[in-house]
Design a protein around this ligand. Structure first.
Ligand code: ADP
Ligand code: MG
Length: 479
């Protein structure tokens, strides 16, 4: 049982200033309490506010305060979650009985569930975190929370009671990576125990209150067959992608945020030979490689004191010393672009990375500017030469205006003409129109190139015939 349990009658609703002294802690490493954090009130939930009258919240507020008086929350959070929940149920039941609070059994159940979420979990976020269909959760202050489902952003009827409650949940989340957020350190990236990525930015930078953005971790990453099923790519296109992965093309996957780059990268790695040694570098390990011989590396943000940062470039440079056969970079966004190209150029064929760009050509110019800005004093032409001799294929992912995600280009990098890199689309997605519901109608097709530059490579791996068949089958309009 618990250390600090006082007589229930003595437990006062602790809403007056200086309220409860025991601050609920995160499930893992508790953060050092900040002045703001300690000044906060006990967390409360508005988990399902719709249709619920104010008395529900008043009651919950009281119960929560009483509960925090009655138990040692720090000890509770150290327990396993199920035991802790059971304990909260018992104590909350007792408090309700002692105070002669009359509610229906259903309401009591919900109330207690809400309380558990507040004390042990992420308050109003809990029901959203439990849903598998949600890709992103966006909390902008204590206004209603937005989610992204099936490519579309929707407003939920879920909200935090106030910014204090929200900040409290933010603290609990970032405490798990040993950080805290406050005015002096208002930005933090963290990860939930389930692998979801979290960004927190708080006032004064976030003007309207703490802002929390969660990219939910998908346990089961989409596979290429599913992308075909969803129409993100046609079956022939999928075959081409499979061959690109198999025959060790150096690949850049380009696209906007949330366009499906990581998903696609994960699909491509599915075709890597199980005998290869792969090293992956990511900001937060998302890729789920099926091969046995994989080393996963993750960058590290600077500590609160601003020390100890390990950048993507540090990782990519280091992984060259790890005898990789392929290097996979989760997201290329800085000078590591140069090291990745070097790797591609020096016998690590089949290396891959994603980057943020809207077209394959833009992907190349982005890489060029990442290298230029990285302080390498190389002439533009040299950078371009390195680029075109390293990258074989650029695959473009896009989220269209109807929310659907498609692979819009499979493009080869051919070489240089004068100072200009030359690319050639092999396979594209054409938008034809829109149906009555605003859904985009379009089709994937090959551009008629019968023998891409990497056909030679495909031949070496015994895939040439399959490649040209897929390209021929994807041709549209000439039967
Ligand atoms: N073709 C697709 N169809 C439907 N959902 C997709 C598709 N590709 C990706 N998704 C989903 O979209 C979300 C964002 O994908 P992700 O690959 O992480 O994007 P990015 O890396 O470009 O930011 C994920 O929830 C993922 O499961
Ligand atoms: Mg990504």
């Amino acid at each position: 049982m618990f250390g600090r349990r006082v007589s229930l009658d003595a437990a006062q609703p602790a809403l007056q200033p200086g309220g409860p002294t025991s601050q609920p802690k995160g499930q893992a490493t508790p953060a050092a309490p900040t002045p703001r954090a300690t000044a906060e009130r006990a967390p409360e939930s508005g988990a399902k506010p719709t249709g619920r009258a104010a008395p529900y919240y008043t009651l919950k507020k009281e119960l929560l305060a009483a509960l925090i008086e009655a138990i040692d929350v720090a000890q509770l959070t150290a327990m396993n979650v199920e035991d802790a929940r059971a304990e909260i149920r018992i104590i909350a039941g007792e408090i309700m009985a002692t105070r002669k609070i009359a509610v229906s059994a259903v309401e009591q159940g919900e109330l207690i569930e809400d309380l558990c979420n507040d004390v042990l979990g992420y308050g109003p976020l809990e029901p959203l975190l439990a849903r598998d269909d949600i890709a992103d959760i966006m909390v902008n202050g204590c206004d209603p929370i937005y989610i992204e489902v099936g490519g579309r952003v929707q407003q939920t009827d879920i909200r935090f009671r106030d910014n204090d409650q929200l900040l409290n949940v933010c603290q609990r989340i970032v405490s798990q990576v040993g950080r805290r957020v406050d005015e002096s350190s208002p930005i933090c990236d963290a990860r939930l125990p389930d692998g979801s990525r979290v960004n927190v930015i708080v006032p004064p930078l976030a003007v309207d209150g703490p802002t929390l953005t969660i990219r939910k971790f998908k346990k089961d990453k989409l596979r290429l067959e599913q992308l075909v099923q969803f129409g993100a790519i046609s079956p022939e296109g999928a075959t081409i992608l499979e061959i690109i992965g198999r025959v060790r093309c150096n690949v850049l996957i380009s696209g906007g945020t949330g366009s499906g780059k990581t998903t696609l990268l994960n699909c491509l790695t599915g075709f890597v030979d199980p005998g290869e040694r792969i090293v992956t570098c990511e900001d937060s390990a998302e890729l789920q490689l099926q091969q046995p011989h994989v080393v996963r590396l993750e960058t590290r943000p600077p500590s609160v004191e601003g020390t100890g940062e390990i950048t993507m470039r540090d990782l990519v440079k280091n992984c060259l010393r790890m005898r990789p056969e392929r290097i996979i970079v989760g997201e290329v966004r800085g000078p590591e672009a140069f090291d990745l190209l070097q790797a591609m150029n020096t016998g690590h064929d089949g290396s891959m990375g994603t980057l943020h760009a809207n077209t394959p050509r833009e992907a190349l110019s982005r890489i060029e500017s990442m290298i230029t800005m990285g302080g390498f004093s190389l002439p533009a032409k040299t950078i371009r030469q390195i680029m075109v001799s390293s990258v074989d294929v650029i695959i473009q992912a896009a989220r269209l205006r109807d929310g659907s995600r498609r692979i819009t280009h499979i493009t080869e990098v051919l070489g240089m003409e004068g100072d200009v890199p030359i690319t050639q689309d092999l396979f594209v997605y054409d938008i034809i129109g829109e149906d009555a519901d605003g859904r985009i109608i379009g089709q994937h097709r090959s551009t008629g190139i019968g023998r891409p530059k990497f056909a030679e490579r495909a031949r070496y791996f015994g895939e040439e015939a399959r490649l040209s068949d897929a390209l021929a089958a994807a041709k549209v309009g000439d039967t």
